[in-house]
Design a protein around this ligand. Structure first.
Ligand code: BTN
Length: 326
């Protein structure tokens, strides 16, 4: 009910009487008043006047379904489940994916208690100043063709950041989002598959949005950056998330249509890895070489100094730039 009242207030954009709202929704004026107070507790600024009624003034920057706007009919984000606190949005997304949730369901949290990064690392996400979310996908694809989805996700993120904030980020292969050699965000893709069949994919994305430097744990302070630190002002998490989801819908459709080359070209435009010297670590072996390009299946092609050209999958191997983040 309170969300229906919010919708009416937003659409009206001027004073509307409690009586008109109560008639429109077939509830008492006292109920309207109670729900308006709840909306205020949620952070909404709603003006009231005994003569004129209520007027919507401002929404809080909470990236939930009330504040994220996506085009009508879009599947990515058609269902958005928002939590104040959760262990990890990826864990919850996997749980509901196992229970049969719809393709495109998004899980977003203000804080994660055990946010996870790639290669078993922790992901500091103990503050609502970041954007922490996971998207459940049900692609009709073979498991071995999935890597391009993660590249597509990083394209959706960097293009959205550029479109909404005018900040141009880099991507370190496969999907670290970088600004000024520091990490702004990352993507953790997890899947459930059987030979030849994918049950679901969960794309978990973390973006440092409004943290100040002191918010980051001491150990990562030299390596982390937020959009606020870069722009010098607070950014709207809801706007950015809406834009990422909308972009993701578009690039994901591209993946399904086999437009891998187009996606990889867009990814390469932002790459800080291609053309750089990299060290690849695989089990106990290390190779140094030059990152040449990304193959149509998403693997990184590295011309190694031992004369061998290696094609590297993100899951298997760690790639380190020799000079910070490349
Ligand atoms: C990386 O190591 O670069 C990947 C970081 C991914 C973090 C996001 S935050 C939302 C989602 N939930 C998690 O536990 N991890 C991902």
């Amino acid at each position: 009910m309170k969300n229906q009242i919010l919708k009416i207030l937003k659409e009206e954009d001027k004073y509307i009487s409690g009586e008109d709202i109560s008639k429109a929704l077939n509830v008492s004026r006292t109920a309207v008043w109670k729900h308006i107070n709840e909306l205020r507790k949620d952070g909404y600024t709603i003006e009231s006047s005994s003569k004129k009624g209520y007027r919507f003034l401002e929404a809080p920057d909470i990236p939930d379904k009330r504040e994220i706007s996506i085009p009508q009919g879009q599947m990515i984000g058609a269902d958005i489940q928002h939590f104040d606190e959760i262990d990890s949005t990826n864990n919850y997304a996997k749980k509901i994916a196992n229970e049969g949730c719809a393709h495109g369901t998004v899980v977003v949290a203000e804080k994660q208690t055990t946010g996870r990064g790639r290669i078993g690392r922790q992901w500091q996400s103990d503050t609502s100043e970041g954007i922490w979310f996971s998207i459940v996908l049900r692609p009709e694809m073979k498991p071995e063709d999935l890597q391009v989805i993660t590249l597509a996700a990083s394209v959706a993120v960097v293009e959205a950041i550029e479109e909404t904030l005018g900040i141009v980020c880099g991507i370190k292969w496969p999907n670290d989002i970088i600004i000024d050699g520091k990490k702004l965000g990352g993507i953790l893709t997890e899947l459930s598959a059987e030979p030849g069949h994918v049950n679901y994919v969960v794309v978990g994305i973390g973006i440092n949005a409004n943290q100040d430097l002191e918010h980051f744990d001491y150990e990562i302070r030299q390596k982390a950056i937020s959009l606020k630190m870069c722009k010098g002002e607070t950014v709207s998490r809801s706007n950015l998330l809406g834009s990422i989801l909308t972009n993701f819908e578009e690039v994901y459709k591209g993946v399904l249509l086999g437009k891998n080359k187009e996606i990889i070209d867009r990814w390469t435009k932002y790459s800080v890895t291609i053309g750089k010297e990299v060290k690849i670590a695989y089990r106990n072996m290390e190779y140094i070489g030059t990152a040449q390009s990304v193959a149509s299946d998403g693997r990184l092609i590295v011309q190694c100094k031992d004369g061998v050209t290696r094609e590297i999958s993100a899951g298997e191997i760690q790639v380190r730039g020799l000079l910070g983040y490349t």
